[in-house]
Design a protein around this ligand. Structure first.
Ligand code: ATP
Length: 314
């Protein structure tokens, strides 16, 4: 009776560690429609996955545990409220397997930064546990579980550049010839709560101070097809920017510093406070990042590029 005995139950999935990399997202277009009866706003957004990433490692365990290092360590709860744990449990429930794993998160995406870091970690947990447990779900099945965890999570399963509608969870890829876009990501001190930024937007709209809503993403999608950064720069837009600036007026100086450093355009990323800038090329992005840091208007600025794939085993 050796280890090769046919009666020995075979472990499905991976016996060694599974490492998953997941990108941050920015919104090239974020059109926020009216508040729906269910409390969500109707969105028309174009998501874009960039080279700033988190990494999640999954190992076999007798319970479900999470440890972390990097951005947010000591601030972020590692209990059942963490999106990584919620995602692992959601997958286990769907697949009918025990939710046993030792998970370790290496976080570079800032907390509450408007880069969907928590959603990215949830997507990473779905992909990592699917590989660890050998549950073998398709990307579409994982994206369906993802939609129950948060509006941005399905996009972070798919990655690339994609149109998001509904509350953002209905994602369809933007088909375009491969083009790399170069960005500078300026991370702020401290975060902004997404629900609070939505409330501020509703307040500004009620008082007529929010500007005209952007509406459909058609102009942005047409700009992407032209593959010219100057054209894309002119089409970037974010309805949440006015609200983020209202709550965090200092962001105006960050946006100004990026443009002074040579960016083609700068916008607040999602609900902020991270600002992202489009550069003409890779070396421009490095130069602009250095210029923004020298201006002392953010915690850190670094070059990034996109589109990047969604959560994947590396
Ligand atoms: P979005 O752009 O999707 O609104 P964000 O980038 O502004 O998100 P996140 O960092 O994704 O903000 O998360 C916001 C909140 O979600 C955090 O303040 C935290 O309370 C909760 N959260 C739960 N799990 C995580 C996680 N793994 N990483 C980050 N935040 C998490």
């Amino acid at each position: 009776w050796g280890p090769d005995d046919e009666d020995e139950p075979r472990l499905r999935g991976a016996s060694g560690p599974v490492r998953v990399r997941v990108p941050a997202k920015i919104n090239l277009h974020l059109g926020v429609g009216p508040l729906r009866p269910d409390g969500y706003h109707e969105l028309n957004t174009v998501y874009h996955a960039i080279s700033l990433h988190d990494e999640l490692t999954a190992r076999r365990g007798d319970t479900l545990t999470l440890t972390m290092e990097g951005e947010g360590t000591g601030e972020l709860a590692l209990d059942d409220s963490n999106l990584v744990i919620r995602a692992a449990r959601a997958l286990a429930a769907y697949a009918g397997v025990p939710a046993y794993a030792r998970l370790h998160l290496r976080k570079q995406i800032p907390l509450a930064g408007g880069l969907a870091g928590g959603s990215a970690d949830a997507a990473a947990a779905l992909v990592a546990c699917d590989a660890l447990w050998g549950t073998g779900l398709s990307r579409d099945e994982l994206a369906a579980i993802a939609a129950g965890l948060g509006s941005d999570v399905p996009f972070l399963i798919h990655g690339g550049t994609a149109l998001g509608t509904g509350r953002g969870e209905a994602v369809s890829p933007v088909l375009a010839r491969p083009t790399s876009w170069h960005w500078v990501v300026a991370v702020a001190d401290g975060g902004l709560s997404t629900p609070e930024v939505y409330r501020e937007l509703d307040r500004l709209r009620a008082s007529g101070a929010a500007g005209t809503p952007l509406g459909s993403a058609d102009a942005l999608l047409a700009a992407l097809r032209q593959r010219d950064p100057a054209v894309l720069a002119a089409a970037l837009g974010n309805d949440m920017q006015a609200a983020a600036l209202s709550l965090r007026p200092a962001l105006a100086a960050t946006l100004k510093a990026g443009e002074a450093a040579g960016a083609l355009a700068g916008i607040v990323s999602g609900s902020g406070p991270t600002c992202v800038f489009l550069a003409a090329g890779e070396s421009d992005a490095e130069r602009i990042a250095a210029g923004i840091e020298a201006a002392g208007v953010c915690r850190a600025a670094r070059a990034a590029h996109g589109p990047m794939p969604g959560a994947r085993v590396v």
